[in-house]
Design a protein around this ligand. Sequence first.
Ligand code: BMA
Length: 927
Amino acid sequence: MHPSKIKAFICVVSFLVTFTIKDALCLRTIDLNGHWAVSSKNVSVPGTVPGSMFTALMAAGVIGDPYFRRNDEVYAWVGDMDWNYTRSFQATADLMSNPTVVLVCEGLDTVATVTVNNVTVGKTDNMFIRYVFDVKSALKLGDNVITIAFRSATQYVKEMATSMPYAILPTCVPHQYHGACGANLIRKTQCSFSWDWGPAFPTQGIWKDIYIQGYQTAVIRDVTTETTSSDGSWRLKVDVFMEPTAGGPVQGQLEVKLDGTPIVSSKSVTLDHDHSKVSFDISIPKSVSINEWWPNGYGNQTLYELFVFYTDALGTMNTRKLKIGFRTVELVQDYVSVNKSLGRTFYFRINGRPVFLKGSNWIPADSFLERVTRDRIYTYLKSAADVHMNAMRVWGGGIYEFDMFYEIADELGIMIWQDFMFACAMYPANDAFLASVRIEATQQVRRLKHHPSIIALSGNNENEKALVQDWYGTDINYTRYKNDYLKLYVDTIRTVVLAEDNSRPFLSSSPSNGMETEEEGWIARKPYDTHYGDIHEYMYLVPFYDPSQYRIPRLSSEFGLQSYPSYESLEPVYNQSDMDYWSDLNEYRNHHPFGNIEMMAEAIQYLNLPNCPDRKQRFKDIIFVTQIDQAIGIRTMTENYRRWQNRLDAQGQGNTMGALYWMLADIWQAPTWASLEYGGKWKMLHYYAAHFFAPTLISPYVDGDVLDVYVIMDELSVKEVRDPVSHTLSFQAKTNPRPFSLFDMNTWGSPHTGSDVKSGDFSGNLYIQMFTWDSFVMLKMWTVPFQLNSTAQSVFRRDVDVMVAESGCGRPRKCFLVFHLGNETSDLMSWLPLDTFSNADGLRKAIIRITDVKPRTASREFTISLTTDHPAAFVWLQAYGVKGRFSDNGILLYQPNMTLTFYAWEDVDVNTLKSSLTVKSLMDTYY
Ligand code: BMA
């Protein structure tokens, strides 16, 4: 065999066997990740790539933990200086013999000049672009030096600001962010200049892989796929983007292979600069059985490996592997009724099935992206899937996430709504900026297109609304800012998307009125119209536990309330003297203007404020209270949205088909809207999400004076039914009722396997039980037979006063209701107090004990037994210092005994766990 063929053979075998790299590059001859020197005027430290100067300085002991106290402000100097990254490497004769030798920078942050042996090989100004620089003539045999000289992002934007013919608004963030100004003038993670939940760490560095490639003929640069289905058979379209060497055309062979199937397709190709894209359009015969990819809770997440091989005339091979899924996505925007003024629907159909989006919003998992490991992303997304989320929006102020993020979302069935990285600002629309965005958008769409999890692309976060409502003073020259808006999101980004990826819906903004926005010329007269598209809903001072306070949209892609992370999370970043709700540091740490006051104003509407004379204990208790409010508020809103999926009121409100609360996980330790703390610990809200997102949900609420109880079942096999006269939509069961059984339920809190979509609708009993706060005795039970004909249906309505009288519980403030489905004690339950906790009568301090902690046979699982001498609300367990989560938390304990499970995320012995455990409930916060 010719030596080059042997090389190609070894290359492919190692690729197929190890499966390690997405980008199997036997041609990647020099990996430049690893050790670099990082230096500025007076400082020089070793650095690791991928990485930033902040973590390099931290590792060298020059700076402390950037997240400690006010270090974001203290270390502002780091971001204001220019930093150089330098290293040496060896170039072999083998590499030098290639006609093309390029330096591939997958991600540079951000403004930089790249030199090799003092020869400038390229300049960069967009961290979302992969730069490929020709380095052939700058290289020499043997020792070489590469230097990447970064400009301070904060200094760069000052220059940019002066060069702009008019102000790109806003020129700065609110002072409460303790942030840097001008993030909108640089194509960089917008929140790295600070946000209302995160610190300013305007990083510089090499944030993705960097390597040198030499090749004789061509390399595969990108591969995209698209799957479509008609009449039960699939079509697979594969586009291979090649980068041929300069000069004359080169010849080779391209082959595409779908692993686990007989599908193989190959082509002889002739490539040059103008002919570098090769397309395969493959009809998959019906005889080849293809399993669809489904969202979490609706079926399996089947993925297929797709291999692409390029072999040139010399026998050199270049390969690429992707994991793809077969699914279709439609965004349905039909009129909701014959009366067109009532608006349009806005829901997703996956593989033809309407799916209610249940999920949250994703921001970067760390200010220092090099600290974001696969493990961390997995823990966060698995926590999302464990509470039955099926969707996540990647918010526009962060990054187009790492490949591993989308790979994990594909595996877990988390549908991704992907924003382009523009948020809460106007942006420049000059030629240079738009040209850069055009490349950014093209590259990102090509990188992401094959992921079945991505179901929508959207131009920006809230910029349409900001413009229409003049958030930043744009009315001073509205037309100018409007034209800039259109140039950027419509003429540039949308044009790229339509050319590159027509396989998923594109929305101009998140939120938007969808098709209506488009019809109104991309800037809606009334953005956030509940009759169209999606809305963001923030209502901080209303009674958060009352569903009637909230609007009823088609889809709510953001809604949230703040809460504090655990005391344990704050300990490494606060001093002991800061451990007071009203301390200066605690005020500093909340970037949301008046956030701390607002949380207290919310709390007093629902419960009595903690009053321990010891301020540290009081702080711990207030943390607990803020988590209760957040959990109840988001439960109230989410359940309300789910109840409205099959209803449409006279004003045309309803058919709500998605709830993505703001936000999933913290970037640092601070009070924010997150349900997961920095590091992944579950706040009470996350435990509540396991209930309010459960595939089968009992959803009680008080409608005026009436108790109304819904049963919601996502897993009904549905048909979309239109009323023959009004044309209004509902999602109705496909088949005849069959009795409800416990077998049908995925109980709350337990990880859902997602492979058992139900094929009938249900009949069964709902058990409604009345209790009082001062005893374990059930006063009365109502047994309610019902038959479920649609995914969300009211099955019981009765006047609260009548129920209070019938049960003899006295007055609403004394009572609460417990609900079960299937049988009287089933795990599928819900509860509802009949008054606020500040009014609750009969609730007193309970003595709650942890009586037993036992390891289970499954490793890292423990059974915890509890007893209480009195009903207790918001019973809260903590495992101090032990990473993991409970099967449930923030519980209503209305019976003397309960058992729970603790799922540890790392090895822990039973005694360590036992001694880490504490338990408290609401009444323990009063002294
Ligand atoms: C929304 C988001 C974020 C912000 C959040 C909370 O508007 O898009 O920009 O962090 O609200 O204020």
